[in-house]
Design a protein around this ligand. Structure first.
Ligand SMILES: *Cc1c(COP(=O)(O)O)cnc(C)c1O
Length: 368
């Protein structure tokens, strides 16, 4: 129970907020579930790791340099990104994972009474940061597994500051094509900030998939997120970024904590950007293993949702939290989806063929 005086210190919206409990370290989980091998299929990590040049820079890191502060605003990485995209380095803000830049944007534009609009079944951090900061998150149900354009527009009111669109969506893999995205942006007509979260941009091979960064010059209110955690295999170093028009980024910069991106993350990201071979290799694996999973899961008679990105969803004839525990017993860690408001579904990250076989094998066992 709260002591009465302590209780007064805590805002109501913080009291209401349920903290997210991250899963335990692998070694603890392996002890808990009694397995001696663990396939991590829960966090959409790249099984190839970072591109070779990024791995080499990590190997060559001179330990005494750990005493030195990094560039406070990731100077060289912003310049590299700017030249790659033909933009101004001041249009980029680098964060401790794209997770951190979500908070920058919300803090920059929302004040008491304001709201954000996003989907009910998408990456949860937009909703969380808004709510534990005291802002309303207006959640629009997905329609056929996809963001509902009209539903989002209908939820906008005079206090709406930001709309978050996850493209492609985590966890369903659906995306808005360029025509649909443009229609949406045209209706918004700069009245709100539109964030396009492109965490899985590098995985998408569809011709009609829009590149948000190429649309920036036409839409002043657009902000695009990218990350080095997924395709570039640097999740453990925590590095992601946002890019937008100068005026918008100049506002967001005011709420951004400098020095939050470490030295090795900055250097590894710089080198990761050059490796097209890594992207191709990863795409080939994802394509092949999605096809394998589709075939095997259909054989098991299961409903599946396969879209873009490095993950798929599977509906199970049992509770997803129970399935999680049973699969852990076989050394396979998936993401249970109750937290995403998808009870009885799991999300499975694409990984090596060996890992995918282990998953199919474990799933067949727990279902029979
Ligand atoms: C993984 C992910 C992010 C953030 O990743 P970081 O590791 O914080 O860079 C953002 N959005 C979506 C949709 C993601 O899946």
């Amino acid at each position: 129970m709260f002591d009465v005086s302590f209780d007064k210190l805590v805002p109501e919206y913080v009291k209401r907020f349920e903290p997210y409990i991250p899963s335990k370290p692998d070694l603890e989980l392996m002890k808990l579930y009694g397995c001696d091998l663990l396939y991590r299929l829960n966090n959409n990590e790249n099984p190839f790791g970072p591109p070779p040049a990024a791995q080499e820079i990590l190997r060559r890191f001179n330990p005494p340099r750990a005493a030195i502060y990094p560039s406070g605003d990731s100077y060289y990485l912003r310049h590299k990104l700017a030249s790659k995209h033909g933009l101004d380095p001041e249009q980029f803000l680098i964060g401790n994972g794209a997770n951190e830049v979500i908070a920058f944007v919300i803090k920059a534009f929302c004040q008491e009474g304001d709201n954000i609009v996003t989907a009910d079944k998408t990456f949860s951090v937009y909703e969380w940061v808004a709510q534990f900061s005291g802002f309303e998150a207006r959640l629009v149900p997905l329609k056929d597994f996809a963001f509902d354009k009209q539903g989002m527009l209908d939820q906008i009111n005079e206090r709406t500051k930001i709309l978050f669109v996850c493209n492609p969506n985590n966890p369903t893999g659906t995306y808005w094509d360029e025509i649909k995205l443009r229609r949406f942006l045209n209706v918004i007509a700069n009245r709100q900030i539109v964030v396009l979260d492109e965490a899985y941009f590098e995985f998408v091979e569809q011709a009609d998939y829009p590149d948000g960064i190429k649309l920036l010059h036409e839409y002043p209110n657009l902000v695009v997120f990218r990350t080095f955690s997924k395709m570039y295999g640097l999740a453990g170093l925590r590095i992601g970024y946002l890019v937008g028009n100068l005026e918008v980024v100049d506002v967001i910069r005011r709420t951004c904590v400098v020095y939050s991106v470490n030295i090795v993350g900055q250097e590894a990201a710089l080198l990761a950007l050059d490796d097209e071979g890594h992207i191709q290799r990863t795409r080939n694996l994802v394509r092949a293993e999605k096809a394998y999973l589709k075939q095997e899961l259909e054989r098991l008679g299961l409903e599946i949702q396969i879209g873009e990105g490095c993950y798929i969803m599977v509906k199970l004839p049992m509770s997803d939290t129970l399935a999680y525990r049973k699969l852990m017993g076989h050394g396979v860690m998936v993401r249970s989806m109750t937290g995403f408001r998808y009870p009885n579904w799991i999300r499975v990250s694409i990984n090596t063929h060996e890992a995918m076989e282990a998953f199919v094998d474990a799933l067949s066992k727990i279902l029979s």
